[in-house]
Design a protein around this ligand. Structure first.
Ligand SMILES: *Cc1c(COP(=O)(O)O)cnc(C)c1O
Length: 393
């Protein structure tokens, strides 16, 4: 007899394009950090819709805020003001610490980076420096910034004038950046590449380089942003601030919302007519984002993200099958001693834990900031059992 899950997989295959491959699970419902599949099996969700469900699933404050907003006014376009878009922009402005900063709203990470790319052209310069391994999105502009050849190569020619240098290598960045450089773009912690932290002083060095050359320093905080690292944006560990911040993923509390925030002098580069988005700043997405930010503040979730991250790090680092746990807060890459991350991921899934495997020896977790101590403990104990079970050592 065919299972319900198989039926969904067959229909997916017959009706959706094959760009993703066929997923293993069909998810039906979720509450907090737990999701339930089409067979009624429950999973602890440590991936959070790829670092997106910052408050987990069906958080009551998000449900309330979104329900109120969609019952009142669902969409207006940017021909009109609605109060939520201003309140959210003001909130983000205050989180950057720069009252001169200005926000542009869109719907996804790739769009936020496209906006940064266009903003950089308004400096009158055209050259860009990005980093190898970085992920900035899949649309043609952002794909040109992305530093992963497997994603880029089938779609060449891409935008000209973009150099990629090794992430973490400040000297390489210095060699490529000059007075013709419109922007330097990088992730404060590379997420898709396997949660890679640059060496201490790297972001500071890039800040100085951008100050010297006049290039915009753009930090892609799409994955690190909105509290995930235990800080609001994910670059704070270096004590600098960029010229442009791009956000999406956690920003909308699970709804599609992206933002490109320009700080300081960069905040007025866009002029009327330069850019736009029909859905960007949609009232329902803004209501969801505002609820998420409110809960993060009221429940001290930044502090909790750091605390949970520290527990996972210290407990898992002790295992002989684990080389290190890297990242910050609740964006963690668990580096395995063997290149068996796909097997570990699949075994975890059978044991009721959802994670992903961004590279052959790395398991990534990016759970909801609302994850409980008990859920963290459960994850740690199952993870240890699984890596012990699949290792050869
Ligand atoms: C996911 C991601 C993007 C792309 O976001 P989409 O919403 O999928 O377009 C861009 N940059 C970073 C750092 C990301 O993690």
């Amino acid at each position: 007899m065919k299972s319900v899950a198989q039926n969904y997989q067959n229909r997916w295959e017959a009706s959706l394009q094959s760009n993703y491959g066929i997923p293993n699970l069909t998810l039906i419902s979720g509450k907090g950090s737990t999701v339930t599949d089409s067979e009624g099996k429950e999973y602890l969700d440590l991936l959070g819709g790829i670092a997106t469900n910052i408050l987990g699933h069906a958080h009551p404050e998000i449900v309330k805020s979104v329900t109120n907003q969609i019952s009142k006014l669902g969409h207006v376009s940017n021909f009109f003001i609605h109060p939520g878009v201003i309140v959210l922009a003001e909130k983000l402005q205050s989180l950057t610490g720069d009252s001169r900063s200005r926000v542009f709203f869109c719907n996804s990470g790739t769009e936020a980076n496209e906006a940064a790319l266009k903003l950089s052209r308004k400096t009158g310069r055209k050259r860009i420096v990005a980093t190898t391994g970085a992920f900035h999105g899949r649309t043609m502009g952002s794909l040109s910034l992305t530093g992963q050849s497997a994603k880029r190569d089938p779609f060449k020619p891409l935008l000209p004038g973009i150099s990629h240098v090794t992430f973490g290598d400040l000297e390489a960045m210095k060699r490529k950046t000059n007075r013709k450089t419109a922007m330097v773009i990088l992730e404060p912690i590379m997420g898709e590449a396997g949660v890679i932290m640059p060496p201490a002083g790297y972001l500071k060095g890039i800040r100085e380089l951008c100050d010297q050359t006049g290039a915009l320093m753009v930090l892609d905080c799409v994955q690190t942003g909105m509290g995930r690292t235990g800080e609001w944006f994910g670059y704070e560990y270096e004590g600098i601030s960029p010229d442009v911040i791009t956000l999406a993923k956690g920003l909308g509390g699970g709804l599609p919302l992206g933002a490109m925030i320009a700080l300081g002098a960069a905040s007025h580069l866009f002029e009327p007519g330069d850019h736009g988005s029909t859905f960007g700043g949609n009232p329902v997405a803004c209501a969801s984002a505002l609820a998420a930010i409110k809960v993060i503040e009221q429940k001290s979730l930044l502090i909790k993200a750091k605390a949970h991250g520290a527990v996972i790090n210290s407990e898992l680092s002790e295992q002989p099958q684990i080389v290190e746990v890297r990242g910050q807060g609740l964006l963690l890459g668990i580096v395995l001693a063997e290149a068996n991350s796909a097997l570990v991921r699949d075994s975890l899934l059978s044991a009721g834990i959802i994670v992903n495997a961004p590279s052959p020896n790395v398991i990534r977790i990016a759970p909801a900031l609302t994850i409980t101590r008990k859920e963290v403990a459960k994850f740690i104990s199952i993870f240890i059992k699984v890596v012990q079970g699949v290792s050869h050592g």
